[in-house]
Design a protein around this ligand. Structure first.
Ligand code: AMP
Ligand code: SF4
Length: 452
């Protein structure tokens, strides 16, 4: 999921629309924008699909006002259709407000149980609604106090943007798992899941929102509140490895630079004799460059990506996904024929992509295909909102390295170590790597029933 907020900028909705396009890689299932105008009137437009499919008839021009929030929705919570597309809007006698979120609240079931016992009825199953109810449970106190209390009841990896008629609040989880950053735009402000949205909006990067911080944006400017003194910094390693765009800087570390460094380390940890290095487009390319530079094996474009085909991962069934891989990539026969290839990709989740690409390259005449992955073996599910698949589906949850290699049909297979995954990141000393190591940075609430 991707979130965006703008404060104090004319035609905020148009700016948000452009910014959301640069966050489209964070979610292709749906999206929406909401604004308040100068009179406190609320506007919203949401839809299912890509932004270009949602905003087709000049809807943006109807969203008036100089502050707004927007979101793109990820495949992991496809239940609920349009009702679950954010921003969500809430009426309350103390003032209307809207909320959009990235990530996952892992004690959501406990919080929902707690609220339901006190009479709350939910309209959706998304966590922005939980936050809204928690905030209003204490209504009467100062709003920032209510938000602080609400966030302190939530555990997980999340980024929330909250909009009232006169203010934006941007909140980042106390573990720093989800990214969120702050920029300046035409005398106003912008908040985004990733800094790559700033360029297209014409905004200037100011800083990251800190773990456990609430940034408020209003006519007084920027104000900061720390909602939890237990703040840690466990930025999601998969954001650097796969999820984020290479032109984003997250917590002081550029994503492309991270991937290239991971590729260099991969070349040192898993060397192999070969003729060319080929990266899997798009997210494997930076690591392939690093592998090539470090190993001295020339980098070649052995695979070409077709434009205008969606990401394979979001196709709902396995057979659709398999077809999707074929539609997405073509081998360049004259380059790969007779060659010993180091095939570099960012990660293996189910193994569908690797199996198909190894076969594509062999069918195109490759002599050998050695797969090198610029992250560790993914063995555990993510509880923080990244759809890394269920435990049974993960290629490596129940396979050794040799078995995984055989399953994807490669001549050899090598993964980056967790140490190098951590050390490739110069912005965060201790990123979350739970899907590789099983060491989750937060409590897991599966068996806990703390209702009161
Ligand atoms: P798979 O075919 O399931 O092994 O998918 C692995 C490919 O999907 C890798 O090449 C990644 O680029 C990409 N990928 C990794 N993690 C995710 C994710 N959480 N959502 C979508 N795609 C992913
Ligand atoms: Fe990211 Fe993996 Fe941690 Fe989930 S478990 S937050 S995907 S590093």
């Amino acid at each position: 999921m991707g979130v965006l907020a703008v404060f104090g900028v004319k035609n905020a909705a148009t700016r948000i629309y452009y910014g959301l396009h640069n966050l489209q890689h964070r979610g292709q299932e749906g999206g929406g924008i909401s604004t308040f105008d100068e009179d406190g009137k609320y506007y919203r437009y949401r839809g299912l699909g890509l932004l270009s499919e949602i905003f087709t008839n000049g809807e943006i021009s109807h969203l008036k006002g100089s502050l707004g929030i927007g979101s793109v929705k990820y495949a992991n919570d496809s239940k609920g259709g349009l009702d679950n597309v954010e921003p969500l809007f809430f009426h309350h006698r103390s003032g209307d407000f809207a909320v959009a979120a990235d990530g996952n609240v892992i004690n959501a079931a406990q919080i929902a149980g707690y609220l339901e016992k006190r009479g709350t009825i939910f309209q959706t199953n998304i966590h922005s609604e939980l936050l809204a109810h928690l905030i209003k449970k204490n209504a009467g106190e100062d709003r920032i106090v209510n938000i602080v209390k609400a966030l302190n009841m939530m555990e997980g990896g999340f980024a929330f943007v909250i909009m009232t008629p006169s203010r934006i609040y941007a909140c980042r989880d106390k573990h720093g798992i989800k990214p969120l950053c702050l920029g300046e735009l035409d005398g106003g402000y912008v908040v985004s899941s990733e800094s790559c949205a700033f360029d297209i909006m014409g905004a200037k990067f100011l800083r990251d929102v800190n773990p456990g911080e609430i940034v408020s944006l209003d006519r007084h400017g920027i104000r900061s509140t720390t909602y939890s003194h237990y703040s840690r910094h466990h930025m999601c390693a998969m954001e650097y490895i796969y999820f984020a765009r290479p032109d984003s800087d997250i917590d002081g570390c550029n994503v492309h630079t991270y991937r290239k460094e991971a590729g260099r380390r991969l070349a040192r940890e898993c060397p192999v004799e070969a003729d060319i290095v080929v990266g899997v487009p798009e997210s494997g390319l930076s690591a392939a460059m690093g592998y090539s530079e470090e190993s001295g094996i020339p980098y070649e474009m052995g695979l070409v990506k077709h434009k205008y085909v969606g990401r394979t991962f979001i196709e709902p069934t396995q057979s659709m996904r398999e077809l999707g891989v074929k539609m997405k990539l073509s081998p360049v026969q004259s380059i790969v024929r007779g060659k010993r290839i180091v095939l570099v990709d960012d990660s293996i989740v189910r193994g569908t992509t690797s199996l198909k690409i190894v076969k594509l390259l062999r069918d195109a005449g490759a002599a050998e295909v050695h797969v090198r992955i610029a992250s560790p073996m993914m063995r555990f599910p993510c509880h923080y909102g990244v759809d890394t698949s269920t435990l049974e589906e993960l290629l490596c949850s129940h396979r050794s390295l040799q078995e995984a290699c055989a399953a994807i049909g490669a001549d050899s297979l090598g993964y980056l170590s967790p140490e190098s995954t951590r050390d490739s990141c110069f912005g965060c000393a201790d990123p979350c790597q739970a899907c590789f190591t099983g060491e989750y940075p937060t409590l897991l609430y599966d068996d806990v029933n703390n209702e009161d």
